[in-house]
Write a protein that binds this ligand. Structure first.
Ligand code: ADP
Ligand code: MG
Length: 140
């Protein structure tokens, strides 16, 4: 297995409920190390650009509003098989379907406010990392 990097967002619903530490602990306990991390307030343009793939979906407007409502924590996570491992740690998009012990099972409020984002492929991880981080912000 290769060492990979993936992109993660701790979403507004989780940041508002003081869950940053508990969520980062889940990543660290499962072998994913944050190699870059910052708290930002996403702009509308960033949120619309980041989720452009979903722009025709009925939930797009609500998703953008939720993502810009209050600060998020963006991270680059590094570890073996990081993309897939992060998706396992996160759990299913709909928390009702998320496995026991996953972040979304533990913390998500509903399908939209589901506490975390994670890249779905190594290709998208590279694109998403570049969307929020410069090379010199990734410090290992
Ligand atoms: P994931 O975040 O698990 O990769 P998607 O890429 O399919 O899921 O969707 C992106 C985000 O859009 C989800 O995390 C969730 O916040 C929101 N979303 C997806 N589907 C719905 C839906 N049916 N209703 C409301 N929000 C949704
Ligand atoms: Mg997705």
């Amino acid at each position: 297995m290769a060492i990979e990097r993936t992109f993660s967002i701790i979403k507004p619903d989780a940041v508002r409920r003081n869950l940053i530490g508990k969520i980062v602990a889940k990543f660290e306990e499962n072998g994913l190390r944050p190699v870059a991390m910052k708290k930002i307030k996403m702009t509308r343009a960033q949120a619309e650009g980041f989720y452009a793939v979903h722009k025709e979906r009925p939930f797009f407007g609500e998703l953008v509003e939720q993502m810009i409502a209050s600060p998020v924590v963006v991270q680059v996570l590094e570890g073996e098989n990081a993309v897939l491992k992060n998706r396992e740690i996160m759990g299913a998009t709909n928390p009702a379907n998320a496995a026991e012990g996953t972040i979304r099972k533990l913390f998500a409020l509903n399908m939209g406010e589901n506490s975390v984002h994670g890249s779905d492929s190594p290709e998208n991880a590279a694109i998403e990392i570049k969307f929020f981080f410069t090379d010199d912000e990734i410090v290992g």
